[in-house]
Design a protein around this ligand. Structure first.
Ligand SMILES: Cc1cc2nc3c(=O)[nH]c(=O)nc-3n(C[C@H](O)[C@H](O)[C@H](O)COP(=O)(O)OP(=O)(O)OC[C@H]3O[C@@H](n4cnc5c(N)ncnc54)[C@H](O)[C@@H]3O)c2cc1C
Length: 594
């Protein structure tokens, strides 16, 4: 049986729900299994969050709506005035996820994502200043800090007296984050001497606290996380970077010249810094996702108004199919992204043990979706959209970063595919040993034949494959049929890929991208299905449209999945790779008409 989908599944009904906290929903898809317990009902916000959010969302709107002109000006000038940052502090926006006992608002991940959605609907740089602090800058103290570290830092982080930044990237260590060169050497008195330089650090120029990742040689491992105060001797930062987007938010280098770090400022275990960094990034992804949803909502609002107001050929352009199609597609993408981000927040808030694949999928989908939305909204505004007087160009520039930072979407696609396939690979090995047991000792052998092997058998025969048993309305039933069918196809394809490539699957990036995109369509589609089902059951005013959106997404996902599954067998990967080799060798496009 796989490490994931086995009979050790524990229901958590004792805690009042059926969520299987030891299970990863997305990783189970690789085994052809849809964990209904982790899909239905679609989660709702905690009552406590709802109260805080009610006030906060209004306050954010009131505060930022009058500042739109200033925000555009600060984008051009590339800075955020100190008084403005002070106003963000006064609104409590730096203490969103810090527990109340440490002076914060104690919002859940879901509540936090909703706040960033609201700030992003006004301005991405504002979201980034708040988000880099909460999602990644101080998240290490929250997740890995000991009680003394929490008591020392969280109150100041909650008030915003200390703004936080996350310092991982270096000139030689971007996607390959494990190769950092910043070094921490242990001194005889137990303190550490930190030397090195980090680049492109969000909040770098305004932070009072840095979570820094440095190489520490030793048997424990190669990287350690440290809490470093900006005021300590040897800590400095460079000038504000001149960026394409999110221009007002602070991005700088941060340098550490023989900085003495006391032993009590080691964050987590010595040598476990890489794990700390990845846990922070995974846990922080709801902020980025919520921000993307907020941006999409704003784009849709503006593009809808533009489509209604603009007249061409004697009609409002909103009457033309090619404009309507764009508005509808942004709506479908926004609903799907929102459904996925809030499902992820629910997994995190409910104490699920492993949500890293779901977190990666939600980041990839939401960041890709907002870029499509920005492109299409600008296209609806057309010439106006291209002018700086209108916000479309700024939102197009601002959204571009989302597929680059906190792990590029390429690296995250590889992560999604390889993490899922790794478990399938483990099961294949298990099957082999179970089969040899069958020949040696048939009775014992059949006993150890894993659930995965049983499922493989049922997939092959078509008997007893996993079904969504829940009663669904007819349009959602059809959508569910698509996901049931393609989850099984996906598991078969994963299995076949591993048999074909073995360990060398890690080098098959063209194929891994298809695997990741299949997992993305399945997970995002199923979250969308669950949300629409819950909305329909509640019988709210827009239930019919929510069901229709889930059905549309399923049909679109099916077309993409068919293409990706076919591509695993028939493709032009080899030829493309040869062209890449050719162009890398020639160094430039060699043809011309002259
Ligand atoms: C505005 C901004 C703010 C940032 N804020 C922070 C911050 O607060 N803290 C922080 O630590 N960092 C921050 N970063 C850094 C950011 O996380 C990195 O830029 C990102 O991780 C990618 O690294 P890189 O830019 O060096 O790209 P590279 O790693 O050089 O990658 C270049 C390209 O190659 C691809 N690639 C790389 N390796 C592989 C592979 N194995 N297989 C396939 N494709 C691959 C990438 O996907 C990418 O398309 C920020 C960056 C920017 C631009």
């Amino acid at each position: 049986m796989s490490a994931i989908a086995d009979d050790t599944k524990k229901s958590t009904e004792a805690k009042g729900d059926t969520l299987l906290r030891e299970q990863s929903f997305a990783q189970n898809l690789f085994f052809g299994e849809i964990l209904e317990e982790n899909l239905f009902p679609y989660p709702s916000l905690r009552e406590k969050d709802r109260e805080v959010l009610g006030m906060m969302v209004d306050a954010i709107d009131q505060f930022l709506v009058d500042k739109h002109k200033d925000l555009r000006h600060w984008d051009r000038e590339a800075h955020q005035p100190a008084e403005f940052i002070q106003a963000l502090r006064d609104m409590g926006l730096f203490g969103l996820i810090i527990p109340e006992e440490h002076g914060g608002l104690g919002l859940s991940n879901g509540g936090y994502a909703r706040v960033l959605e609201q700030t992003s609907s006004h301005d991405s740089s504002v979201s980034l200043t708040i988000g880099a602090h909460s999602s990644i800058g101080m998240k290490g103290v929250l997740l890995f800090g000991n009680p003394e570290q929490k008591a020392r830092y969280l109150p100041r982080l909650a008030s915003g007296e200390m703004i936080a930044a996350f310092c991982l990237t270096e000139s030689g260590a971007g996607s390959d984050a494990a190769s950092v060169r910043t070094k921490a050497v242990k001194n005889d008195d137990g303190s550490w001497t930190l030397t090195g330089e980090k680049i492109w650090i969000t909040n770098g120029g305004i932070a009072g606290l840095y979570t820094v990742f440095a190489r520490t040689e030793g048997s424990e491992g190669k990287m350690t996380a440290f809490i470093v105060e900006a005021g300590w001797p040897g800590v400095s930062h460079g000038p504000h970077e001149d960026k394409m987007g999110i221009r007002a938010s602070s991005t700088t280098t941060v340098a550490f010249a023989d900085v003495k770090v006391p032993p009590e400022n080691v964050l987590g275990e010595v040598g476990k810094g890489f794990k700390v960094a990845m846990a922070i990034l995974n846990n922080g992804r709801t902020g980025l996702g919520g921000g993307a949803v907020g941006g999409m909502r704003a784009l849709l609002r503006m593009a809808t108004q533009q489509a209604k107001d603009r007249k061409q050929f004697g009609k409002s352009i909103a009457e033309f199919g090619l404009v309507r199609e764009k508005l509808a597609q942004i709506t479908v993408d926004c609903f799907a992204a929102e459904s996925t981000v809030w499902m992820l927040a629910h997994y995190i808030d409910s104490g699920c043990e492993d949500y890293s694949v779901e977190a990666a999928i939600s980041k990839i989908f939401a960041s890709d979706a907002i870029q499509r939305a920005a492109h299409e909204a600008l296209q609806i505004a057309a010439g106006n959209g291209f002018m700086k007087e209108f916000p479309y160009e700024m939102m197009t520039r601002d959204s571009r970063i989302l597929s680059i930072f906190e792990g590029t979407n390429e690296i995250l696609r590889l992560y999604v595919a390889l993490t899922g396939l790794k478990d399938v690979g483990g099961s294949l090995k298990e099957i082999r040993s179970a089969l040899s047991e069958i020949f040696n000792n048939p009775i014992k052998g059949f006993g150890v034949l894993s659930g995965y092997a049983e499922r493989r058998l049922s997939q092959a025969t078509g008997v007893g494959t996993d079904k969504i048993l829940r009663e669904l309305s007819p349009s959602l039933r059809k959508a569910a049929d698509i996901y049931e069918e393609y989850t099984v196809e996906f598991a078969k394809a994963s299995d076949a890929l591993l048999r074909r490539y073995g360990k060398s699957i890690t080098d098959q990036q063209y194929q891994l991208k298809r695997v990741a995109d299949l997992a993305i369509d399945l997970f995002v589609g199923l979250c969308t299905l669950s949300r629409a089902d819950t909305i329909e059951r509640a019988g709210g005013p827009n239930a019919k449209e929510a069901v229709s959106i889930a059905a549309i997404f399923a049909k679109q996902a099916r077309r993409r999945m068919v293409r990706n599954l076919r591509g695993l067998e028939r493709n032009e990967d080899k030829e493309l790779d040869q062209i890449a080799g050719f162009i890398l060798e020639t160094g430039a496009y060699p043809w011309d008409v002259i």
